[in-house]
Design a protein around this ligand. Structure first.
Ligand SMILES: Cc1ncc(COP(=O)(O)O)c(C=O)c1O
Length: 439
Protein backbone atom coordinates (compact mmCIF):
# COMPACT_ATOMS: atom_id res chain seq x y z
CA UNK A 1 0.00 0.00 0.00
CA UNK A 2 1.30 3.42 -0.92
CA UNK A 3 1.35 6.10 1.78
CA UNK A 4 1.12 8.80 -0.88
CA UNK A 5 -2.20 10.62 -1.27
CA UNK A 6 -1.95 10.11 -4.99
CA UNK A 7 -3.59 12.13 -7.73
CA UNK A 8 -4.07 9.11 -9.99
CA UNK A 9 -4.94 5.44 -9.62
CA UNK A 10 -1.82 3.29 -9.93
CA UNK A 11 0.31 5.77 -11.90
CA UNK A 12 3.58 4.46 -13.35
CA UNK A 13 6.74 5.36 -11.45
CA UNK A 14 8.74 7.97 -13.34
CA UNK A 15 12.47 7.47 -12.90
CA UNK A 16 14.26 9.81 -15.32
CA UNK A 17 13.67 12.34 -18.06
CA UNK A 18 15.77 13.94 -20.74
CA UNK A 19 14.92 16.35 -23.54
CA UNK A 20 11.28 15.63 -24.41
CA UNK A 21 11.34 12.06 -23.07
CA UNK A 22 10.18 10.64 -19.73
CA UNK A 23 11.03 7.07 -18.71
CA UNK A 24 9.22 4.92 -16.16
CA UNK A 25 10.47 2.15 -13.88
CA UNK A 26 9.48 -0.50 -16.44
CA UNK A 27 11.70 1.15 -19.04
CA UNK A 28 8.78 2.58 -21.05
CA UNK A 29 9.58 5.88 -22.74
CA UNK A 30 6.95 8.59 -23.22
CA UNK A 31 7.19 11.56 -25.52
CA UNK A 32 6.21 14.43 -23.22
CA UNK A 33 4.09 16.52 -25.59
CA UNK A 34 2.78 18.64 -22.73
CA UNK A 35 5.88 19.22 -20.60
CA UNK A 36 3.81 17.84 -17.71
CA UNK A 37 1.13 20.52 -17.41
CA UNK A 38 2.75 22.88 -19.93
CA UNK A 39 5.60 23.43 -17.49
CA UNK A 40 8.85 22.18 -18.99
CA UNK A 41 9.97 24.77 -21.52
CA UNK A 42 13.74 24.24 -21.65
CA UNK A 43 13.47 20.45 -21.69
CA UNK A 44 14.08 17.72 -19.14
CA UNK A 45 17.49 16.93 -17.72
CA UNK A 46 19.14 20.30 -18.27
CA UNK A 47 22.42 19.97 -16.38
CA UNK A 48 23.15 23.73 -16.46
CA UNK A 49 20.00 24.43 -14.46
CA UNK A 50 20.55 21.45 -12.17
CA UNK A 51 24.08 22.72 -11.43
CA UNK A 52 22.82 26.25 -10.69
CA UNK A 53 20.27 24.78 -8.29
CA UNK A 54 22.85 22.65 -6.49
CA UNK A 55 25.36 25.48 -6.28
CA UNK A 56 22.86 27.90 -4.74
CA UNK A 57 21.49 25.28 -2.34
CA UNK A 58 25.01 24.51 -1.12
CA UNK A 59 25.96 28.19 -0.72
CA UNK A 60 22.77 29.68 0.69
CA UNK A 61 19.62 27.59 0.63
CA UNK A 62 17.27 29.76 2.66
CA UNK A 63 16.82 33.06 4.41
CA UNK A 64 13.53 34.72 5.20
CA UNK A 65 12.44 37.30 2.66
CA UNK A 66 11.58 39.84 5.33
CA UNK A 67 15.07 39.67 6.80
CA UNK A 68 17.37 39.47 3.77
CA UNK A 69 17.62 39.92 0.07
CA UNK A 70 20.13 37.78 -1.84
CA UNK A 71 22.48 38.17 -4.77
CA UNK A 72 20.63 35.41 -6.60
CA UNK A 73 17.29 37.18 -6.26
CA UNK A 74 18.58 40.66 -7.10
CA UNK A 75 20.30 39.36 -10.24
CA UNK A 76 17.28 37.33 -11.31
CA UNK A 77 14.81 40.18 -10.85
CA UNK A 78 17.05 42.57 -12.81
CA UNK A 79 17.30 40.13 -15.72
CA UNK A 80 13.61 39.29 -15.62
CA UNK A 81 12.68 42.97 -15.70
CA UNK A 82 14.47 43.20 -19.07
CA UNK A 83 11.97 40.84 -20.71
CA UNK A 84 8.79 41.28 -18.65
CA UNK A 85 6.20 43.48 -20.41
CA UNK A 86 5.37 45.34 -17.18
CA UNK A 87 6.41 49.00 -16.96
CA UNK A 88 9.19 49.32 -14.35
CA UNK A 89 8.78 45.68 -13.32
CA UNK A 90 9.17 44.74 -9.63
CA UNK A 91 9.27 41.00 -8.96
CA UNK A 92 7.56 39.24 -6.01
CA UNK A 93 8.55 35.56 -6.31
CA UNK A 94 6.40 32.85 -4.73
CA UNK A 95 6.06 29.08 -5.05
CA UNK A 96 3.58 28.57 -7.89
CA UNK A 97 0.87 29.99 -10.09
CA UNK A 98 -1.98 30.00 -7.58
CA UNK A 99 0.17 31.82 -5.02
CA UNK A 100 1.18 34.31 -7.68
CA UNK A 101 -2.49 34.97 -8.48
CA UNK A 102 -3.36 35.38 -4.80
CA UNK A 103 -0.48 37.83 -4.50
CA UNK A 104 -1.60 39.84 -7.53
CA UNK A 105 -5.20 40.05 -6.32
CA UNK A 106 -4.12 41.27 -2.89
CA UNK A 107 -1.68 43.70 -4.45
CA UNK A 108 -4.43 45.17 -6.64
CA UNK A 109 -6.55 45.74 -3.56
CA UNK A 110 -3.57 47.17 -1.65
CA UNK A 111 -2.91 49.60 -4.50
CA UNK A 112 -6.41 51.03 -4.41
CA UNK A 113 -6.40 51.24 -0.61
CA UNK A 114 -3.09 53.11 -0.79
CA UNK A 115 -4.73 55.62 -3.11
CA UNK A 116 -7.71 56.05 -0.80
CA UNK A 117 -10.06 54.22 -3.17
CA UNK A 118 -11.31 51.92 -0.44
CA UNK A 119 -14.45 50.86 -2.30
CA UNK A 120 -12.54 49.10 -5.04
CA UNK A 121 -12.73 45.39 -4.26
CA UNK A 122 -14.56 43.71 -7.14
CA UNK A 123 -12.52 41.54 -9.47
CA UNK A 124 -13.75 40.86 -12.97
CA UNK A 125 -12.58 37.71 -14.73
CA UNK A 126 -13.77 35.61 -17.64
CA UNK A 127 -15.97 32.59 -17.92
CA UNK A 128 -13.84 29.65 -19.15
CA UNK A 129 -10.64 30.68 -17.47
CA UNK A 130 -8.30 29.17 -14.91
CA UNK A 131 -6.29 31.09 -12.37
CA UNK A 132 -5.53 28.43 -9.78
CA UNK A 133 -6.98 26.11 -7.17
CA UNK A 134 -6.50 28.01 -3.91
CA UNK A 135 -9.66 29.73 -2.73
CA UNK A 136 -8.95 33.25 -3.95
CA UNK A 137 -7.60 32.06 -7.28
CA UNK A 138 -10.50 29.65 -7.73
CA UNK A 139 -12.95 32.44 -6.91
CA UNK A 140 -11.82 34.32 -10.01
CA UNK A 141 -11.50 31.20 -12.17
CA UNK A 142 -14.29 30.58 -14.66
CA UNK A 143 -14.16 26.77 -14.43
CA UNK A 144 -17.55 25.46 -13.23
CA UNK A 145 -16.37 21.88 -12.74
CA UNK A 146 -13.53 22.90 -10.43
CA UNK A 147 -15.59 25.49 -8.58
CA UNK A 148 -18.68 23.37 -7.93
CA UNK A 149 -17.72 21.63 -4.64
CA UNK A 150 -16.39 24.85 -3.10
CA UNK A 151 -18.95 27.32 -4.43
CA UNK A 152 -20.15 28.41 -0.93
CA UNK A 153 -16.63 29.71 -0.21
CA UNK A 154 -15.95 31.47 -3.44
CA UNK A 155 -16.62 35.16 -2.98
CA UNK A 156 -17.93 37.63 -5.45
CA UNK A 157 -15.93 37.75 -8.65
CA UNK A 158 -17.84 38.85 -11.74
CA UNK A 159 -17.41 36.84 -14.93
CA UNK A 160 -17.73 38.13 -18.48
CA UNK A 161 -17.71 35.98 -21.65
CA UNK A 162 -14.69 33.94 -22.63
CA UNK A 163 -12.77 34.66 -25.81
CA UNK A 164 -12.84 31.67 -28.12
CA UNK A 165 -12.78 32.27 -31.85
CA UNK A 166 -14.20 28.82 -32.51
CA UNK A 167 -17.24 29.56 -30.36
CA UNK A 168 -17.31 33.35 -30.30
CA UNK A 169 -20.46 34.73 -28.67
CA UNK A 170 -20.14 38.16 -30.38
CA UNK A 171 -23.11 38.66 -32.71
CA UNK A 172 -21.07 40.13 -35.59
CA UNK A 173 -18.29 37.50 -35.43
CA UNK A 174 -15.69 37.67 -36.91
CA UNK A 175 -16.12 41.43 -37.28
CA UNK A 176 -15.93 43.77 -34.30
CA UNK A 177 -15.34 41.05 -31.68
CA UNK A 178 -12.76 43.11 -29.78
CA UNK A 179 -15.18 46.01 -29.40
CA UNK A 180 -17.99 43.63 -28.39
CA UNK A 181 -15.90 41.99 -25.66
CA UNK A 182 -14.64 45.39 -24.46
CA UNK A 183 -18.27 46.52 -24.19
CA UNK A 184 -19.05 43.46 -22.03
CA UNK A 185 -16.22 44.45 -19.70
CA UNK A 186 -17.35 48.07 -19.59
CA UNK A 187 -20.91 47.01 -18.79
CA UNK A 188 -19.69 44.77 -15.95
CA UNK A 189 -17.63 47.65 -14.53
CA UNK A 190 -20.62 50.00 -14.70
CA UNK A 191 -22.95 47.42 -13.17
CA UNK A 192 -20.57 46.90 -10.24
CA UNK A 193 -20.79 50.63 -9.65
CA UNK A 194 -18.48 53.61 -10.05
CA UNK A 195 -15.17 53.11 -8.25
CA UNK A 196 -16.00 49.53 -7.18
CA UNK A 197 -13.84 47.42 -9.48
CA UNK A 198 -10.26 46.72 -8.44
CA UNK A 199 -8.98 44.56 -11.27
CA UNK A 200 -9.64 42.59 -14.41
CA UNK A 201 -7.74 39.31 -14.61
CA UNK A 202 -7.38 37.26 -17.78
CA UNK A 203 -5.04 34.97 -19.69
CA UNK A 204 -3.76 36.92 -22.74
CA UNK A 205 -3.98 33.64 -24.67
CA UNK A 206 -6.24 30.99 -23.18
CA UNK A 207 -4.57 28.06 -21.46
CA UNK A 208 -5.99 24.63 -20.78
CA UNK A 209 -9.56 25.82 -20.14
CA UNK A 210 -10.22 27.03 -23.65
CA UNK A 211 -7.53 24.84 -25.22
CA UNK A 212 -5.06 27.47 -26.41
CA UNK A 213 -7.64 29.90 -27.76
CA UNK A 214 -6.02 33.15 -28.90
CA UNK A 215 -8.15 36.30 -29.08
CA UNK A 216 -8.60 38.31 -32.27
CA UNK A 217 -6.07 41.12 -32.71
CA UNK A 218 -8.58 43.83 -31.81
CA UNK A 219 -9.37 42.28 -28.42
CA UNK A 220 -6.55 43.36 -26.13
CA UNK A 221 -6.19 46.98 -27.29
CA UNK A 222 -9.92 47.54 -26.75
CA UNK A 223 -10.06 45.72 -23.40
CA UNK A 224 -6.94 47.44 -22.04
CA UNK A 225 -8.42 50.83 -22.97
CA UNK A 226 -11.56 50.07 -20.94
CA UNK A 227 -9.45 49.14 -17.90
CA UNK A 228 -7.45 52.37 -18.13
CA UNK A 229 -10.57 54.49 -18.60
CA UNK A 230 -12.11 53.12 -15.41
CA UNK A 231 -9.00 52.98 -13.22
CA UNK A 232 -9.19 49.16 -13.16
CA UNK A 233 -5.88 47.33 -12.84
CA UNK A 234 -5.14 44.80 -15.55
CA UNK A 235 -3.71 41.50 -14.34
CA UNK A 236 -2.29 39.30 -17.09
CA UNK A 237 -2.20 35.66 -16.06
CA UNK A 238 0.75 34.25 -17.97
CA UNK A 239 1.23 31.17 -15.81
CA UNK A 240 0.84 28.94 -18.86
CA UNK A 241 1.81 31.34 -21.64
CA UNK A 242 4.90 33.03 -20.20
CA UNK A 243 8.58 32.39 -20.90
CA UNK A 244 8.41 31.79 -24.62
CA UNK A 245 5.56 29.30 -24.76
CA UNK A 246 3.59 31.20 -27.43
CA UNK A 247 6.58 32.38 -29.48
CA UNK A 248 7.08 35.66 -27.62
CA UNK A 249 8.58 36.12 -24.16
CA UNK A 250 5.04 36.70 -22.88
CA UNK A 251 1.73 36.34 -24.70
CA UNK A 252 1.02 40.01 -23.90
CA UNK A 253 3.86 40.84 -26.31
CA UNK A 254 1.76 39.71 -29.29
CA UNK A 255 -0.30 42.88 -28.87
CA UNK A 256 2.10 45.22 -27.05
CA UNK A 257 -0.06 44.81 -23.95
CA UNK A 258 1.42 46.38 -20.80
CA UNK A 259 -0.41 45.00 -17.75
CA UNK A 260 -0.18 46.58 -14.30
CA UNK A 261 0.42 43.15 -12.81
CA UNK A 262 1.59 39.96 -14.46
CA UNK A 263 1.62 36.49 -12.94
CA UNK A 264 3.77 33.64 -14.16
CA UNK A 265 4.97 30.22 -12.97
CA UNK A 266 5.36 26.90 -14.84
CA UNK A 267 7.89 27.81 -17.56
CA UNK A 268 9.59 30.33 -15.23
CA UNK A 269 11.47 27.44 -13.63
CA UNK A 270 10.61 24.80 -16.23
CA UNK A 271 9.73 22.54 -13.31
CA UNK A 272 13.20 22.48 -11.75
CA UNK A 273 11.87 24.33 -8.67
CA UNK A 274 8.35 25.33 -7.53
CA UNK A 275 8.45 28.96 -8.65
CA UNK A 276 5.72 31.52 -9.25
CA UNK A 277 6.06 35.23 -9.92
CA UNK A 278 3.89 38.25 -9.36
CA UNK A 279 5.38 41.14 -11.33
CA UNK A 280 4.07 44.59 -10.47
CA UNK A 281 4.51 47.85 -12.34
CA UNK A 282 6.66 50.56 -10.73
CA UNK A 283 3.46 52.59 -10.24
CA UNK A 284 1.79 49.80 -8.25
CA UNK A 285 4.95 49.05 -6.29
CA UNK A 286 5.69 52.67 -5.41
CA UNK A 287 2.12 53.48 -4.46
CA UNK A 288 1.82 50.50 -2.12
CA UNK A 289 5.28 51.01 -0.67
CA UNK A 290 4.71 54.72 -0.04
CA UNK A 291 1.53 53.90 1.89
CA UNK A 292 3.37 51.66 4.32
CA UNK A 293 4.03 48.48 2.36
CA UNK A 294 2.30 45.33 1.20
CA UNK A 295 0.62 43.35 3.98
CA UNK A 296 1.40 39.92 2.58
CA UNK A 297 4.08 37.27 2.89
CA UNK A 298 4.78 33.59 2.48
CA UNK A 299 7.53 31.57 4.15
CA UNK A 300 8.98 30.40 0.85
CA UNK A 301 8.59 33.61 -1.14
CA UNK A 302 11.80 35.28 -2.38
CA UNK A 303 13.58 31.93 -2.20
CA UNK A 304 17.26 32.10 -3.17
CA UNK A 305 17.31 28.66 -4.78
CA UNK A 306 14.13 29.47 -6.73
CA UNK A 307 15.78 32.68 -7.92
CA UNK A 308 18.96 30.84 -8.98
CA UNK A 309 16.87 28.31 -10.90
CA UNK A 310 14.71 31.01 -12.50
CA UNK A 311 17.84 32.89 -13.54
CA UNK A 312 19.43 29.77 -15.00
CA UNK A 313 16.23 29.01 -16.93
CA UNK A 314 16.18 32.58 -18.28
CA UNK A 315 19.78 32.04 -19.37
CA UNK A 316 18.88 28.81 -21.20
CA UNK A 317 15.94 30.51 -22.97
CA UNK A 318 18.33 33.24 -24.14
CA UNK A 319 21.31 31.02 -24.97
CA UNK A 320 19.33 28.41 -26.88
CA UNK A 321 17.09 30.97 -28.61
CA UNK A 322 14.03 29.12 -27.38
CA UNK A 323 11.53 31.98 -27.57
CA UNK A 324 12.23 32.38 -31.28
CA UNK A 325 12.29 28.59 -31.63
CA UNK A 326 8.72 28.39 -30.34
CA UNK A 327 7.64 30.88 -33.01
CA UNK A 328 9.52 29.04 -35.75
CA UNK A 329 8.11 25.66 -34.72
CA UNK A 330 4.49 26.86 -34.53
CA UNK A 331 3.76 26.23 -38.22
CA UNK A 332 5.55 22.86 -38.06
CA UNK A 333 3.37 21.73 -35.14
CA UNK A 334 0.15 23.14 -36.60
CA UNK A 335 0.82 21.58 -40.02
CA UNK A 336 1.66 18.20 -38.50
CA UNK A 337 -1.52 18.22 -36.40
CA UNK A 338 -3.62 19.30 -39.36
CA UNK A 339 -2.18 16.55 -41.55
CA UNK A 340 -2.75 13.88 -38.92
CA UNK A 341 -6.10 15.02 -37.53
CA UNK A 342 -7.57 17.77 -39.71
CA UNK A 343 -9.87 15.47 -41.67
CA UNK A 344 -11.07 13.39 -38.75
CA UNK A 345 -14.84 13.81 -38.34
CA UNK A 346 -14.53 14.21 -34.56
CA UNK A 347 -11.88 16.95 -34.72
CA UNK A 348 -13.60 20.33 -34.76
CA UNK A 349 -10.69 22.70 -34.40
CA UNK A 350 -6.90 22.74 -34.23
CA UNK A 351 -5.45 25.98 -32.89
CA UNK A 352 -2.74 27.61 -30.85
CA UNK A 353 0.18 29.99 -30.75
CA UNK A 354 3.86 29.07 -30.63
CA UNK A 355 4.22 25.68 -29.00
CA UNK A 356 0.89 25.84 -27.19
CA UNK A 357 -1.78 24.01 -29.17
CA UNK A 358 -5.30 22.74 -28.69
CA UNK A 359 -7.27 20.04 -30.50
CA UNK A 360 -11.01 20.26 -29.82
CA UNK A 361 -13.30 17.28 -30.38
CA UNK A 362 -16.90 17.61 -31.53
CA UNK A 363 -19.75 15.20 -32.17
CA UNK A 364 -20.75 17.19 -35.26
CA UNK A 365 -18.33 19.35 -37.21
CA UNK A 366 -21.14 21.26 -38.92
CA UNK A 367 -22.90 22.41 -35.75
CA UNK A 368 -19.80 22.21 -33.50
CA UNK A 369 -21.87 20.19 -31.06
CA UNK A 370 -19.69 18.90 -28.21
CA UNK A 371 -19.78 15.29 -27.04
CA UNK A 372 -21.82 14.51 -23.92
CA UNK A 373 -19.37 14.55 -20.97
CA UNK A 374 -20.43 11.00 -20.07
CA UNK A 375 -18.76 9.70 -23.23
CA UNK A 376 -15.42 10.66 -21.67
CA UNK A 377 -13.97 11.41 -25.08
CA UNK A 378 -10.89 13.36 -24.06
CA UNK A 379 -10.15 11.04 -21.14
CA UNK A 380 -10.15 8.11 -23.59
CA UNK A 381 -7.92 9.96 -26.05
CA UNK A 382 -5.43 10.78 -23.28
CA UNK A 383 -5.36 7.13 -22.15
CA UNK A 384 -4.92 5.89 -25.73
CA UNK A 385 -2.14 8.42 -26.33
CA UNK A 386 -0.35 7.15 -23.26
CA UNK A 387 -0.57 3.58 -24.57
CA UNK A 388 1.09 4.92 -27.72
CA UNK A 389 3.86 6.45 -25.60
CA UNK A 390 2.60 10.03 -25.78
CA UNK A 391 1.85 12.34 -22.84
CA UNK A 392 -0.71 15.09 -23.52
CA UNK A 393 -2.56 17.57 -21.31
CA UNK A 394 -6.30 18.03 -21.53
CA UNK A 395 -9.40 19.70 -20.20
CA UNK A 396 -13.12 19.37 -20.29
CA UNK A 397 -15.75 22.09 -20.51
CA UNK A 398 -14.10 24.24 -23.19
CA UNK A 399 -17.43 24.74 -24.99
CA UNK A 400 -19.63 25.96 -22.15
CA UNK A 401 -17.94 25.06 -18.89
CA UNK A 402 -19.40 21.55 -18.78
CA UNK A 403 -19.14 20.10 -22.28
CA UNK A 404 -16.27 20.41 -24.73
CA UNK A 405 -13.27 18.07 -24.93
CA UNK A 406 -9.84 19.42 -25.73
CA UNK A 407 -6.33 17.98 -25.84
CA UNK A 408 -3.67 20.55 -25.00
CA UNK A 409 -0.13 20.27 -26.26
CA UNK A 410 2.81 22.21 -24.89
CA UNK A 411 6.03 20.31 -25.56
CA UNK A 412 9.44 21.50 -24.39
CA UNK A 413 10.60 24.30 -26.70
CA UNK A 414 13.74 22.31 -27.57
CA UNK A 415 11.64 19.75 -29.44
CA UNK A 416 12.87 18.73 -32.90
CA UNK A 417 10.75 18.62 -36.07
CA UNK A 418 11.09 14.80 -36.03
CA UNK A 419 9.70 14.67 -32.51
CA UNK A 420 6.86 17.01 -33.54
CA UNK A 421 6.04 14.58 -36.36
CA UNK A 422 5.99 11.78 -33.80
CA UNK A 423 3.51 13.72 -31.63
CA UNK A 424 1.14 14.07 -34.58
CA UNK A 425 1.58 10.43 -35.59
CA UNK A 426 0.93 9.09 -32.09
CA UNK A 427 -1.97 11.44 -31.38
CA UNK A 428 -3.48 10.54 -34.75
CA UNK A 429 -3.22 6.85 -33.88
CA UNK A 430 -4.76 7.42 -30.45
CA UNK A 431 -7.70 9.39 -31.85
CA UNK A 432 -8.29 6.78 -34.57
CA UNK A 433 -8.28 4.04 -31.97
CA UNK A 434 -10.79 5.81 -29.70
CA UNK A 435 -13.26 6.59 -32.47
CA UNK A 436 -12.92 3.13 -33.97
CA UNK A 437 -14.08 1.89 -30.57
CA UNK A 438 -10.85 0.07 -29.93
CA UNK A 439 -9.96 1.76 -26.64
C1 LIG B 1 -3.38 30.30 -16.43
C2 LIG B 1 -3.08 29.63 -15.12
N1 LIG B 1 -3.13 30.36 -13.99
C3 LIG B 1 -2.87 29.82 -12.79
C4 LIG B 1 -2.56 28.48 -12.66
C5 LIG B 1 -2.27 27.90 -11.32
O1 LIG B 1 -0.92 27.56 -11.22
P1 LIG B 1 -0.41 26.48 -10.16
O2 LIG B 1 -0.98 25.16 -10.57
O3 LIG B 1 1.09 26.54 -10.28
O4 LIG B 1 -0.87 26.90 -8.81
C6 LIG B 1 -2.50 27.68 -13.81
C7 LIG B 1 -2.19 26.25 -13.72
O5 LIG B 1 -2.41 25.48 -14.60
C8 LIG B 1 -2.77 28.28 -15.08
O6 LIG B 1 -2.73 27.55 -16.20
Amino acid sequence: MSRVFRRAVDPPVAVRAEGVWVEDADGRRYLDAAGGAVVVGIGHGDTVVAAALAEQAARLAYVHGSAFTTEALEAYAAELAEVAPVPGARVFPVSGGSEAVETALKLARAYHLARGETERSVVIARHLSYHGNTRGALAVSGRPRLRAPYEPWLGHAVHIPAVTEYRCPAPGHPRGCGAWHAAQLERAIEQAGPGKVAAFIAEPIGGATTGAAAPPDDYWPAVAAVCRRHGVLLIADEVMTGFGRTGKWFAADHWGLRPDLLVAAKGASSGYWPLGLCIASAEVHETVTAAGGFVHGLTFSHHPVGAAVGRAVLGRLHDLGLVEAAAVKEPILQAALSAALGDHPAVGDIRGRGLLAGVEFVADRETRLPFPPGERVVERVVAAARRHGLLVYWSKGCADGVTGDVVVLGPPLIITPEEIALIAERLGAAVAEVFAGGD
